[in-house]
Design a protein around this ligand. Structure first.
Ligand code: TV7
Ligand code: CA
Ligand code: ZN
Length: 397
C-alpha cells in the first residue's frame, strides 16, 4: 500500500526468466526469443519495474509439464538434440518435429526453453492463487498450439493449459481469451470436454489465393466445441474468424462487444489472456492492420472486468513492434501513461531507429505497413456478432 502511485490500485507482477532470450529456432525462423530482450529493455527504460513486483521464476519440472503432456512425449522432448535427432524416425514425425515447413525445429537448449517459459506461466498463475497479484504477466509464454503429445506451430509445451489447470484448483470457471492472429486450437482442444473453461479466440481464418488455409486452418464461427449434448464442454468455445486487413475501429468494437457478452454470461472467476502481437499491422506473418493502442485496448477492456488476470504473450514476428506493444500493455496493467518519445539512453535503441514512421517513438502508425486491403465489411462483422450471440445461447446459463 505504500509503494509508488498506482492510480487504479492494481497489484501487478512481472514473471520473467532472462535465460529464455538466448534460445534460437534458427536464423530464418520467424520466432525470435530475443524480442523478449527488446521488450524487457523498453519496460525497464520507462521505469515500469518500479510499479510491479518482479519475479525470476525457476524452470518448470518434468512432472509439472506432465500436468498436461504425455510422459512419453516429454521424455522424447527432454532427450532430443540437434546432434541425436533422426528426421526419419517415426517418433520424430509423430511428435510434430518433421514436415517440410520446419515449424518446430529441434534446437540447442529446447528443453530448457520450454521449461523456462512454462515455469513463468506457472509462477504467474500461483501469484493469482495466493492473491499476491491482481494481474500477473508472462510475456515469454502463450504457446497455444501445443497438444498433449504433439509439437505444432512453433509450440512444444502448452504453458497456457498448465497455467489454467493450476487456476482450476481454486476457481470454478476460467475464461481463456486469445487475440493472437492464429486460432488458439491447443487450448480449445485441451478443455473441450469441460464447462469449467470457456475458450474465446479471435483470429484470421480463410484460404489464400494459392489454396492454403491460414494456419492452423480451424476456428470457424460454427466450431463451438463438442456437439454431443451430454458433453459438458458443449458450447464452451467461441471462435471469431476474421478476414485480412481488419482496422482498429472494427476490431475494438468486435472485441468489446463479444468479450463483454461472454463475461456477462459465463461469469468467470479468473481470466487468462493470450496477447499475441502478430495481430498488429506490419507483422511478418499476420494479416491484420491494428495499431498498438487498438491491440492494447483489448487489455484495457479485459482489465475493466475486474477479475484476477494472467496476461501472457504469444506470437509476434516483427520484434520491435512486439516489444512496443508488450511494453505499452504492461503500462496499461499498472495504469501508467508512456511518452511517445522513447527514452534516449536505452540499450538496443537502434532497433527502434531508422524506421519510416517509427523512428525513435513508441507508437508508430502501423496502419497498412503491409498494405493488406481490408476485406472485412461492417455488415459482415455485424452478422458475425449476431452468430456469436446465437452461439452463446447454446451455453447452459
Ligand atoms: C503462436 N507460418 C504460432 C504461429 C505458427 C504458424 C507458419 C511459417 C514459417 C515457418 C518457418 C519459416 C515461415 C515465413 C509461417 C502449413 C505449413 C506452412 C509449405 C512448405 N518461415 C503462433 C505456423 C505456420 C520455419 N505453419 O500462433 C522455418 O513463414 O502454415 C504453416 C504450415 C506447412 C506447409 N508449408 C507451409 O503465433 C506462437 N509457419 C522459416 C524457417
Ligand atoms: Ca487467436
Ligand atoms: Zn500467432
Amino acid at each position: 500500500e505504500y509503494g509508488l502511485e498506482r492510480p487504479q490500485g492494481y497489484n501487478v507482477s512481472f514473471h520473467y526468466n532472462p535465460h529464455v532470450e538466448y534460445h534460437h529456432f534458427g536464423s530464418s525462423h520467424p520466432m525470435k526469443p530475443w524480442r523478449l530482450t527488446l521488450t524487457k529493455q523498453l519496460v525497464l527504460s520507462y521505469g515500469l519495474e518500479y510499479t510491479m513486483d518482479l519475479y525470476e521464476p525457476r524452470p518448470a519440472s518434468f512432472n509439472e509439464l506432465a500436468i498436461f503432456h504425455d510422459r512419453e512425449y516429454l521424455s522424447y522432448l527432454s532427450e532430443i538434440t540437434p546432434q541425436n535427432a533422426k528426421p526419419d524416425d517415426s517418433q520424430y514425425i509423430a511428435y510434430g518435429f518433421g514436415g517440410d515447413s520446419n515449424d518446430c525445429p529441434v534446437f540447442d537448449g529446447l528443453w530448457n526453453y520450454v521449461s523456462l517459459y512454462t515455469g513463468a506461466s506457472m509462477s504467474a498463475a500461483y501469484n493469482l492463487l495466493n492473491k499476491q497479484s491482481d494481474i500477473a504477466i508472462n510475456w515469454s509464454g502463450g504457446l497455444h498450439h501445443a497438444k498433449k503429445n504433439l509439437a505444432s506451430g512453433f509450440c512444444y509445451v502448452n504453458d497456457i493449459v498448465i497455467a489454467i489447470q493450476l487456476l482450476l484448483t481454486q476457481h470454478q470457471r476460467v475464461l481463456y481469451i486469445d487475440i493472437d492472429v492464429h486460432h488458439g486450437d491447443g487450448v480449445e482442444q485441451a478443455f473441450e470436454s469441460t464447462d469449467r473453461v470457456f475458450t474465446l479466440s479471435y483470429h484470421k481464418y480463410g484460404i489464400d489465393r494459392h489454396g492454403w488455409p491460414f494456419f492452423p486452418g480451424t476456428g470457424n464461427i460454427d466450431e463451438m466445441g463438442p456437439k454431443d449434448p451430454a458433453n459438458r464442454g458443449k458450447a464452451h468455445s467461441l471462435n471469431i474468424p476474421i478476414d485480412d486487413g481488419i482496422d482498429d475501429h472494427q476490431y475494438k468494437w468486435l472485441f468489446r462487444t463479444v468479450t463483454s457478452k461472454v463475461v456477462e454470461k459465463y461469469n468467470p472467476q479468473a481470466i487468462v489472456l493470450q496477447s499475441g502481437a502478430d495481430s498488429l499491422g506490419g507483422d511478418r506473418l499476420g494479416r491484420f492492420n491494428l495499431n498498438i493502442k487498438a491491440h492494447g485496448s483489448c487489455i484495457e477492456t479485459v482489465k475493466s472486468f475486474g477479475r484476477p488476470l494472467v496476461l501472457i504473450g504469444g506470437g509476434g514476428y516483427t520484434p520491435r513492434n512486439v516489444a512496443r506493444t508488450w511494453c505499452h500493455e504492461t503500462a496499461v496493467c499498472v495504469g501508467a501513461t508512456l511518452h511517445n518519445d522513447l527514452p534516449t539512453h536505452i540499450p538496443y535503441l537502434q532497433a527502434f531507429q531508422g524506421e519510416e514512421n517509427g523512428d525513435g517513438i513508441l507508437y508508430p502508425d502501423l496502419h497498412n505497413t503491409k498494405r493488406h486491403d481490408n476485406l472485412n465489411t461492417d455488415p459482415a462483422l455485424h452478422k458475425l456478432v449476431e452468430k456469436a450471440m446465437e452461439n452463446l445461447r447454446y451455453m447452459e446459463g
